[in-house]
Design a protein around this ligand. Structure first.
Ligand code: SF4
Ligand code: SF4
Length: 306
């Protein structure tokens, strides 16, 4: 990808903007930014593929307001292929990915969506099942990132009653005997800050950030939504909302915050403009393995079944 011509000062300003906005200044120094602006250090190549997905995670990344995405994908990494961002189509894509597979280049595989293992032809790329591409690229990648809840924990493609046999990236790697590490970044859709931080961290340290037992970075998934909630005091004082939009804790309207690990109340969507609970809606646990539940909304008896 061509690096747009900008002054060194402007490049540094934009790179610093990236580091600040995703909380990466704790590990990225000014020297790192300087090197990134000059591309003096090798940067990781990145390949992004889709399985059974709505493309919501890609849209979420493209919607990021505080980070200049072009600087991110040109200076901190080399975006080899993304089905929606890259201009390559058809045979060009096959050539790019085949050349990567035949080279010694290191790369990170980013995967969005589920893998329909029992219905492989539900997801094809260049007439080959996506599972075949993920198997070939996944076994050669130095690391992989499961983008969003579908790829990380199952999500909608894996909900009860679906017939595709959808696998998460970790489940698929295990089935195929692939040892490449997987970093899980659930949330439906992914929070772009989680992805940008993780890529910057990997770019600097060549390893994933510290993770929990479900391979989620502890920085984002170390606490439940409930623990940081604006209604935590209401919960303790039995002050419960009876209807959507009312003030008070949303627990009796089915809030999944107590069992969902995520940083939503400090890192909302659209440049932290808002998030479910702040908008008066219960957390539906979109970053949890329970998502989606059989009955999604506003039912206390539904909560008790879990
Ligand atoms: S609204 Fe949900 S997350 Fe917030 S305190 Fe109540 S139960 Fe916990
Ligand atoms: S508050 Fe709950 S449903 Fe909303 S984004 Fe966070 S984890 Fe997902």
């Amino acid at each position: 990808m061509m690096i747009p011509p900008i002054s060194r000062r402007e490049a540094l300003r934009k790179l610093y903007q990236i580091a600040v906005s995703v909380g990466a200044t704790s590990f990225l120094t000014f020297d790192d930014l300087l090197q990134a602006s000059q591309r003096t250090n090798p940067v990781p190549s990145v390949v992004w593929l889709h399985g059974s997905s709505c493309t919501g995670c890609t849209c979420s990344l493209l919607n990021i307001e505080e980070v200049p995405l072009v600087q991110l994908i040109t200076q901190f990494m080399d975006l080899t292929f993304h089905p929606d961002i890259s201009s390559a189509t058809g045979e060009q894509v096959v050539s790019i990915l085949t050349a990567l597979l035949e080279s010694d280049r290191k790369f990170i595989l980013l995967f969005e969506g589920g893998l329909p293992v029992d219905l492989p032809h539900a997801c094809l790329m260049a007439d080959r099942p996506m599972s075949e591409w993920v198997s070939r690229l996944g076994s050669k990648a130095e690391a992989s990132i499961a983008i969003g809840t579908c790829a990380a924990l199952g999500g909608i493609p894996k909900m009860a009653g679906t017939l595709t046999g959808s696998h998460t990236l970790s489940e698929f790697f295990k089935k195929e005997g692939i040892a490449t590490p997987v970093i899980n970044l659930p949330t439906c859709p992914i929070k772009p800050e989680h992805l940008v931080y993780t890529l910057l961290y990997y770019s600097k340290f060549k390893k994933p950030p510290e993770m929990d037992a479900m391979n989620r970075p502890k920085t984002f998934f170390g606490k439940t939504v409930h623990e940081r909630c604006i209604y935590y005091a209401d919960f303790q004082e039995d002050n419960f909302a009876k209807r959507i939009g009312e003030d008070g804790c949303l627990f009796k309207l089915g809030c999944q915050g107590p069992i969902t690990y995520n940083d939503c109340l400090i890192n909302g969507f659209n440049n932290n403009t808002n998030i479910c609970i702040r908008a008066g809606h219960p957390c539906i646990g979109c970053a949890s393995v329970q998502f989606p539940r059989k009955i999604m909304m506003h039912r206390f008896d539904d909560v008790r079944q879990i």
